[in-house]
Every structure is written in structure tokens, then in C-alpha cells.
Ligand binder design. Structure first.
Ligand code: GLN
Length: 271
């Protein structure tokens, strides 16, 4: 009879094919262990089911599938969120948008998150504030997933289907969005695992600004006077997005860089 695979065998396999930190996290998660257990009990046999899962996860990760999809969950702003290939994997750079939003929200604020996907932004804001938060997305799968994440986390967010503002009839103190902003021909779309993510959440026309243009142009009609718009944008879009804000009449326009120093968020106030 063939000897059962051990924790060491699995880790060894993974480390031959992936960078060490990735190999460790994938192996530990597939085997249902803490990372420290990989080295504490390397000789421990794993079940056939665990070995199979490890093999399957490893083969998917090697071809670039984001670990968040393989595992079915990810962390954002300290929240555990269920994700699937129907939604963008929440990114660390989007936490910059959360920080900006928190500096603008007070307890009576009404906030709208456009294109919520997994609900990452809306749920992080619900976790941190008592604001009344509405999250919308054009895709029914995203509405369902955001609702599921809100229920699991016990957070209160109103979730609706809407193609940007088509289904919105009230006004807000703050509108936030991480819309698609990559240009159709940008080779980035086929790299770094992006090919596994929904194009609808990434791609925005020839200059990557199609969605941002719509949101900036239409937002003033849904903002109260003194209300704010906060938008995440691409690494090279700061100037264009800033001028879109100005053209739409926003004042106090500010730009914020993400943790890697890349211009990432533009904010403005409706006079
Ligand atoms: N920041 C993501 C990336 O460049 C794109 C997210 C988006 O288009 N909203 O991978």
C-alpha cells in the first residue's frame, strides 16, 4: 500500500512551484491547519481528501487563479468576506478609500457605495460607523453576495440592484465608488490573475475612464449640498479624474495616494 502523504510532502510540493509565503498559506489553508503546524508536525499524515484538495488548489494557483477565489474568502479591512469569480477580489489599495471616507462620515451621514461587488467598501464603512449605508451593483450575483456578507458579519447595509444611478431616487452625504478603470487595451488585464476576475469590474473603455466619467457627471444630482464624492482610480489617472471633478462643479478637490505612494483616490465636495 502506498504511504500516505505527510504535511511535509505537501509543503515540499508547493514550495517547488510557488514562492515560500504563498506555498505556506496555501498548504496550511488546504490542510485546515495554522501555519505554525506546518513546521511543528511535518511528519503527520494528511487524509486523502486533504491531499486531493491541496493538489487541486496548487494546480489552480500555479496558473494564476487568485487565492481568494480558490479559498472562497478573503480579508479586507479586517473583515472576512466571501468572494467568488463574479466579483473583484478586494485589494489593499482600496483601504485608502475607506480611510478617506471615514474622515468625511459622521453618525447622521447617508452613504451610497456604487458598484459594491462583494460589498467590501460598504461593509467596512458599516463596521466603522453608524452611518446609513446603501450599496448597489448592476449584477444580481453581486447584490446576493453583498447581502450574504452583510448577514454573516451582522452588518446593516441596504443592498439594491442599480446600474450606477438608474435605481437611485434619494440624496446622499457621501458617494463612494471603486469603479472599473482599466483601459480596454491595457496588457495588465491579462496579467497578475486579472484574467480570472470579472471584466465588468475592471475594464472601462478605450481610456479606462468611461465609468468614472459617468459617476462623476451624475453624482451631483444625488448629493446634498456640502456632500462629497470619493472615487478610486488608476495609477496614471489623477489629473484626468481631477479635471472631471472640476468640470462637474466639485470644489475642495483632493488627491490621496495609496500605501505604495500611487495616486489612488480623488475626492470633491458639492458646493
Ligand atoms: N486596482 C485594480 C488593479 O489594477 C483594478 C480595480 C478596478 O478596476 N477598480 O488590479
Amino acid at each position: 500500500m502506498r504511504q500516505a502523504k505527510t504535511i511535509y510532502d505537501c509543503l515540499f510540493d508547493a514550495r517547488r512551484k510557488l514562492p515560500s509565503p504563498d506555498a505556506e498559506i496555501l498548504t496550511a489553508t488546504a490542510l485546515g491547519l495554522e501555519k505554525s503546524a506546518l513546521y511543528a508536525f511535518p511528519e503527520k499524515p494528511v487524509s486523502n481528501k486533504e491531499a486531493e484538495r491541496h493538489k487541486d488548489w496548487l494546480s489552480r494557483r500555479i496558473i494564476g487563479e487568485p487565492f481568494a477565489y480558490i479559498r472562497g474568502e478573503t480579508e479586507f479591512w479586517g473583515l472576512n468576506l466571501i468572494v467568488n469569480p463574479g466579483v473583484l477580489v478586494p485589494r489593499p489599495e482600496t483601504e485608502t478609500l475607506i480611510e478617506c471616507a471615514l474622515s468625511l462620515i459622521d453618525k447622521d451621514s447617508e452613504v451610497l457605495d456604487l458598484g459594491t461587488g462583494s460589498g467590501a467598501i460598504a461593509l467596512a464603512l458599516a463596521q466603522e460607523t453608524n452611518a446609513r449605508i446603501t450599496a448597489v451593483d448592476i449584477q444580481p450575483e453581486c447584490v446576493d453576495l453583498c447581502t450574504l456578507n452583510a448577514d454573516r458579519l451582522g452588518l446593516n447595509v441596504k443592498v439594491n440592484i442599480s446600474d450606477w444611478f438608474t435605481n437611485i431616487s434619494s440624496s446622499f452625504d457621501l458617494i463612494v465608488s471603486n469603479p472599473p478603470y482599466i483601459a480596454t487595451n491595457d496588457p495588465h488585464l491579462t496579467h497578475d490573475g486579472l484574467a480570472f476576475e470579472p471584466l465588468i469590474a475592471l475594464e472601462a473603455g478605450v481610456d479606462g475612464l468611461e465609468s468614472i466619467r459617468t459617476v462623476v457627471k451624475e453624482s451631483p444630482a444625488y448629493l446634498r449640498s456640502g456632500g462629497h464624492l470619493l472615487i478610486e482610480h488608476g495609477h496614471d489617472q489623477r489629473e484626468q479624474v481631477t479635471s472631471l471633478f472640476a468640470t462637474s462643479g466639485f470644489t475642495k478637490i483632493e488627491n490621496t495616494a495609496d500605501i505604495s505612494g500611487t495616486p489612488r483616490v480623488c475626492s470633491g465636495t458639492k458646493p
